[in-house]
Design a protein around this ligand. Structure first.
Ligand SMILES: Cc1cc2nc3c(=O)[nH]c(=O)nc-3n(C[C@H](O)[C@H](O)[C@H](O)COP(=O)(O)OP(=O)(O)OC[C@H]3O[C@@H](n4cnc5c(N)ncnc54)[C@H](O)[C@@H]3O)c2cc1C
Length: 473
């Protein structure tokens, strides 16, 4: 399958090792590594063997990389070897039986390519994050969630089995039944238990590529939380945009969008003729990093005001193409350049239901510090996923994009981390670029259990990333 026509950072070489500077999606803290882009499982095994045999910088280990959509330093390794899996993207098998379908594909296949293939055949991926430019391997390694977490759980909950090359280069076919310990240490394990080379996923049947969407405004945070708590269960997908800069009686106001896959008999107008339309790629691209300071408190406050006012107070049953509903930012290639040369970070945390006080406090502190964020998303998670390092747990998760380099930001977020950890919550590792290691075991209380399984799968710790070194994983 072809690669999506978006940049995923500096190019990796198709043959042999290339030295490249790599960052995550936030474009901060670039580090140089030798990058290898294998196109067969044998070549992945050779790369692991090369590092084990004392090839270039063995002590810096091997990091696995998909499409580089984690925001921070999870898929890079200063001075090490990075294995870019996007060359392994073949679809091996699609088995359909009695309303169910199982897809087996190489782990470097992107959700973008899979959706282009599957949707016209009446199938959808079971969980999609806010971008479809992620690989299946990256989606499992971060155990990603979508707008349907309250209903369907995380991505790995829909994986029947996966094929893993461990730290000794040995292959294991593991699943939630056959080896739950290894499977759930790998799901959410951020590439530190081995290289996922193939996976089999259960798919969701759909009757069109359209979504039926209900939109409503909420006047403030209480109203927003009430509306999400009382009606989320009526929809498969639900999410809210929140205006982080609104103050006074409007503090925490937002716009809720919820939806379902549109049944065939709900289509009308142009949707009927384009019932199975799929996106080809980004429609436009930014020319490069935009000037610093473009996103400041005034411009973001103006944007938020306009965005809130533009949303209908209440609208039901609007037909939307699925990319607009799930992946609104994917239409602009390299939109991360909007934050200029210093880049940005995403702060995403979860706090348990009943700890709305912490959510309120973190929002108040960010507002008080005049942090300009126009992309702030709130969601209510369903039951916890079984992975010791999986992020979702019952509660409220808030994700905000923040320009890097704001004065005082590091200290402010350290304080927020502490509030979150004390409330029994956690920061999401796939988004993190700055957290300190001390709070990790508070946020992920099963960390030692995970380390035990990791040590079984990678006894010599050849899998290392900048994130794993920063957080002592
Ligand atoms: C615009 C945007 C919206 C997003 N929305 C969401 C969201 O709604 N929900 C959510 O959960 N996440 C979301 N994310 C985060 C994203 O889904 C995850 O970071 C995902 O892991 C990225 O996949 P990738 O292929 O780009 O992996 P990379 O970023 O390249 O790698 C991520 C991690 O997976 C490991 N990894 C990658 N491939 C493999 C493999 N084959 N075997 C073993 N380990 C591997 C890497 O070592 C690394 O630790 C979003 C990101 C962006 C940019």
């Amino acid at each position: 399958m072809s690669e999506p026509p978006v940049s995923r950072g500096p190019a990796a070489s198709d043959a042999g090792l290339t030295r490249s500077l790599l960052t995550g999606w936030g474009r901060t803290a670039a580090t140089a590594a030798r990058v290898l882009r294998p196109s067969t499982v044998e070549q992945v095994r050779d790369a692991l063997q090369m590092v084990r045999a004392g090839g270039p910088a063995p002590s810096r280990g091997v990091a696995v990389r998909g499409l580089g959509r984690s925001y921070g330093d999870a898929a890079q390794s200063a001075g090490g070897t990075v294995v870019d899996l996007t060359g392994l993207d073949a679809v091996r098998d699609l088995q359909v039986r009695e309303g169910d379908a199982l897809l087996t594909c190489a782990a470097g296949a992107s959700l973008h390519d899979l959706l282009r293939l599957l949707v016209p055949q009446g199938w959808f991926v079971p969980v999609t994050p806010g971008t479809r430019y992620v690989t299946v391997g990256g989606a499992i390694a971060a155990d990603v969630h979508g707008k349907n977490h309250h209903r369907d759980g995380s991505f790995a909950s829909h994986v029947e089995s996966l094929s893993l090359l461990d730290g000794r280069g040995e292959a294991h076919l593991i699943g939630p039944q056959s080896d739950p310990e290894a499977f759930w240490a790998t799901a959410g394990g951020m590439g530190l238990t081995g290289v996922i080379v193939e996976a089999t996923l259960r798919l969701l049947p759909v009757q069109s590529s359209w979504m039926l969407v209900d939109t409503e405004r909420a006047a403030n945070l209480d109203d927003l939380l009430d509306r999400l708590s009382s009606r989320d269960h009526l929809y498969r997908y639900s999410v809210a945009w929140i205006d982080c800069l609104a103050t006074g009686r409007s503090a925490g106001r937002g716009v809720i969008t919820r939806g379902e896959h549109a049944p065939a008999d709900a289509l009308h107008g142009r949707a009927t003729a384009r019932a199975w339309a799929v996106p080809s790629g980004p429609l436009v691209s930014l020319p490069g990093p935009l000037p610093a300071g473009l996103l400041n408190r005034a411009s973001v406050a103006a944007f938020n005001e306009a965005w809130f006012r533009k949303a209908p107070r209440h609208r039901a049953g609007e037909l939307q193409p699925f990319p607009r509903f799930f992946h609104p930012l994917d239409g602009v290639g390299d939109w991360n350049a909007v934050y200029g040369r210093r880049g940005f970070l995403q702060y995403q945390f979860v706090v348990p239901i009943q700890r709305e006080d912490t959510l309120r406090e973190v929002l108040a502190r960010l507002r008080g510090a005049r942090v300009p964020s126009f992309l702030a998303v709130l969601k209510r998670f369903g039951p916890a996923d079984p992975g010791p390092l999986s992020f979702p747990r019952p509660g409220w998760t808030l994700a905000l994009d923040i320009p890097a380099g704001l004065p005082g930001l590091a200290g402010l977020l350290d304080e927020c981390d502490l509030l979150v950890a004390e409330a029994g919550g956690a920061v999401y590792l796939a988004k993190d670029s700055r957290m300190r290691p001390e709070l990790l075991s508070m946020m992920y209380p099963r960390l030692e259990e995970w380390k035990g399984t990791r040590d079984r799968l990678d006894p010599d710790r050849i899998f290392r990333t900048d994130l794993s070194r920063r957080l002592n994983l």
